[in-house]
Design a protein around this ligand. Structure first.
Ligand SMILES: [Zn+2]
Length: 280
C-alpha cells in the first residue's frame, strides 16, 4: 500500500497559489456541525445559516464586507518588521516573519485602508490572526498610528477591527511601546473631534485589549467573541478559583459594562455607518 504514503514531507502551497474554492463546495460549521454551501456561507457574511456561528475571518473578508464594491486604497501595504532584538526562539525572528509572509501572503498582522462605506469614506485598520497570532509588534503599531494620522488629515472616521493574542513576544519592549503610541494617536483623533469605533472580534486579548481596542467612542463586539486581558487558565491558576460560566465571552463582557453593544456581522456595515454619521 506504499502508494498511499506521502513520500515528500512538508509540501506547502503559498496563499497566492491556492485556488479559491469554487461554488458548490461545502462548509461545515465548527459549532453546530451542519453543512452549508460555501457560497451561501460567504453571502451570509461568513456566519452559519443554522446557528449564526461567526467564522473567524481576516482583513480580506472584512474589507470586502465593509467597503462599497470592495473599493479601497491600502495604506503602507509593504511595511515589514525589522529584528531590533536579534530574537531567536525555535527559529530566528526574521526567518519566522519570512515564513509567515510566504504562508499567508500578508506582510504583518494588520492591514490599513480607506474607502467608501455606504458612500461615507472611512479609514479602517483590520487585524489578521493568521499572522503570528495577530500579535502586535512595531509594524502593527506604526500602521495603526499612520492610519489614524490619515483619518485626521482627511477628516474621516476611524474603524479598528481587532483580533489578537496580544503583544509580539519577539519584539518585547518595542511591542509594549505600541500601546502608548496608538493610544496617544487616538487622543489626537479625539481632539480633532473625529469618531472612533472599535470592533472586537474573536479573540481580542492581551496588550490590544489594554490599549486601542478598548478606547473607542463605541466599543462593540461580534457575538461570542473571546475578549479579555489574560487567558482564563492563567487567571484560574492565579486566583485559585473556578471562573463563572461564559467568562470572557462578548456577552459576559457586555453585561459587565465593558462593551456598548454586540453586533451581528450581517448588520455590521449598516450599523457602523449610521453610528459614524451620528457622531460626525
Ligand atoms: Zn452552525
Amino acid at each position: 500500500m506504499s502508494w498511499f504514503v506521502r513520500k515528500d514531507k512538508g509540501i506547502q502551497t503559498p496563499t497566492e497559489m491556492k485556488r479559491e474554492a469554487p461554488d458548490g463546495l461545502w462548509y461545515q460549521c465548527p459549532n453546530c456541525k451542519k453543512i452549508m454551501n460555501t457560497r451561501e456561507h460567504k453571502l451570509n457574511a461568513y456566519t452559519c445559516v443554522h446557528c449564526n456561528y461567526h467564522e473567524k475571518i481576516g482583513s480580506d473578508a472584512y474589507f470586502s464586507l465593509l467597503f462599497d464594491e470592495n473599493e479601497f486604497t491600502e495604506l503602507d501595504a509593504n511595511m515589514q518588521s525589522a529584528d531590533p532584538l536579534k530574537f531567536v526562539d525555535t527559529k530566528a525572528y526574521p526567518d519566522r516573519v519570512k515564513a509567515t509572509i510566504a504562508k499567508t501572503g500578508l506582510k504583518d498582522a494588520v492591514r490599513t485602508a480607506y474607502g467608501p462605506m455606504n458612500g461615507l469614506v472611512v479609514t479602517a485598520a483590520v487585524m489578521d490572526f493568521n499572522f503570528i497570532g495577530g500579535s502586535m509588534g512595531s509594524v502593527v503599531g506604526e500602521k495603526i498610528a499612520r492610519a489614524i494620522d490619515h483619518a485626521i488629515e482627511n477628516r474621516t472616521p476611524f474603524l479598528m477591527v481587532s483580533k489578537s493574542g496580544g503583544a509580539r513576544m519577539m519584539e518585547a519592549g518595542f511591542s509594549l511601546m505600541q500601546m502608548a503610541k496608538t493610544s496617544a494617536k487616538l487622543a489626537l483623533l479625539d481632539k480633532a473631534k473625529l469618531p472612533y469605533v472599535s470592533l472586537l472580534t474573536d479573540p481580542t486579548t492581551g496588550g490590544v485589549t489594554a490599549s486601542y481596542a478598548m478606547l473607542g467612542d463605541f466599543n462593540i463586539a461580534e457575538p461570542e467573541a473571546l475578549i479579555g486581558f489574560a487567558g482564563p487558565r492563567v487567571i484560574r491558576e492565579t486566583i485559585g478559583k473556578d471562573l463563572p460560566k461564559g467568562f470572557q465571552s462578548a456577552e459576559f463582557v457586555l453585561e459587565h459594562g465593558f462593551l456598548d453593544f454586540i453586533v451581528d456581522r450581517k448588520d455590521l456595515k449598516d450599523k457602523l455607518v449610521s453610528l459614524f454619521r451620528m457622531l460626525l
